[in-house]
Design a protein around this ligand. Structure first.
Ligand SMILES: [Zn+2]
Length: 346
């Protein structure tokens, strides 16, 4: 996307939780991505695209198989690159890959190159969106309206960090580790709990409520439309500073660990809420590390956990699982009591 089409991130009015969640996801991919929920027209997609100005620079393999000079198996194209003295690794900003709503399973997972099949009578398995998204940000607008088979493929890849492309007996493996961002309008339908659980952070993006905020948002939008270059220039310094903080936080993250108090707090709050998924406390601590990194602190403390807990913990409780757990406990009690009675007879 041409930078002129990117709305400056600091110019987004309000929505502090939305902005924070997107930054944390860039800083620590282990958080497992972000789900943005809210009505249409509150700027979810604009905010995601605004990340283009803040994308960290990463080193990555030039080929979809992820060959490096140290790989056990190096693909033919990469062997030729090495022979020509070219590097197998390139350094560039992370990209934003947007998944269209009408994406088919083979577009997403990859499949057979039909031109090669027809012209050369051989099967060439090609990567899909999931491997193109490797090392990048994958954005799915209206994730709740996507074909369930496509959603499952994306979740599998996100969980395993790789995709399999199969055609009959042929299988190829492509690395696919990405930052997943989904957005949805809950009026259009809910997400399955299994999908909901995959998103590390859940952000509710309400419409701006105060007159002052709405006025500021309208003015910004008008100025941007009238002269995008001048509008971007107004925010250039703030944008550069924010991009630097993201880079610094990413560099510092490996050294930042949660304190024991932060770990205990995370586990206690998750169990007090009776949240079934163990992903909750893992994500809570990963998000706390990212939050501490963003604020240039040496470790993640209880205050960091407290600050990001609502983003991590909302929508993780399950009435169905609570009811099932109660039923199992009651059933086990009945089994034990029947056993006691029966044993008294033998
Ligand atoms: Zn290769």
């Amino acid at each position: 996307m041409d930078p002129i089409n990117v709305y400056p991130f600091p110019a987004l009015v309000g929505q502090s939780e939305l902005k924070l969640a997107l930054l944390l996801a860039l800083i620590n991919p282990a958080i497992g991505g972000v789900l943005l929920e809210g009505p249409y027209g509150v700027g979810k997609t604009t905010a995601v695209r605004a990340l283009l100005d803040l994308m960290p620079t990463v080193s990555r393999a030039v080929c979809h198989h992820g060959c490096t000079p140290a790989s056990d198996v190096i693909c033919l194209a990469c062997r030729e690159r090495l022979a020509r003295g070219e590097s197998l690794v390139l350094t560039e900003p992370m990209r934003l890959i947007e998944l269209p709503l009408n994406a088919r399973l083979e577009d997403v997972v990859g499949g057979m190159n039909e031109r090669v099949a027809l012209e050369q009578r051989r099967v060439l398995l090609e990567p899909g969106v999931l491997s193109i998204a490797h090392g990048n940000v994958l954005y799915i607008d209206e994730v709740n309206l996507l074909d369930p088979a496509v959603v499952d493929a994306i979740l599998d890849a996100a969980a395993q960090g790789r995709t399999f492309v199969r055609r009959g007996a042929m299988v190829r493996l492509f690395p696919s580790q990405f930052v997943l961002i989904g957005s949805m309008n809950p009026e259009e339908g809910r997400l399955r709990p299994q999908i909901l659980d995959r998103f590390g952070l859940r952000v509710w993006t309400p419409p701006l409520t105060t007159g002052a905020e709405r006025l500021a948002a309208t003015r910004h939008a008008r100025m941007y439309r009238a002269d995008p270059i001048a509008f971007r220039a107004r925010f250039a310094a703030e944008l550069a500073e924010l991009a630097q903080s993201v880079d610094r936080a990413r560099a510092a993250l490996p050294e930042i660990q949660p304190s024991e108090e932060a770990e205990v707090l995370a586990v206690e709050v998750v169990s007090a809420l009776q949240i079934p998924s163990h992903r909750a406390e893992i994500v809570l601590l990963e998000a706390a590390r990212a939050y501490a990194a963003l604020h240039a602190r040496a470790s993640a403390e209880p205050d960091d956990v407290t600050r990001i807990a609502p983003l991590v913990l909302r929508q993780r409780r399950s009435a169905a699982i609570d009811a099932e757990a109660e039923r199992v406990v009651a059933e086990d009690a009945a089994i034990r009591s029947a056993l006691d009675q029966a044993r008294s007879l033998v």
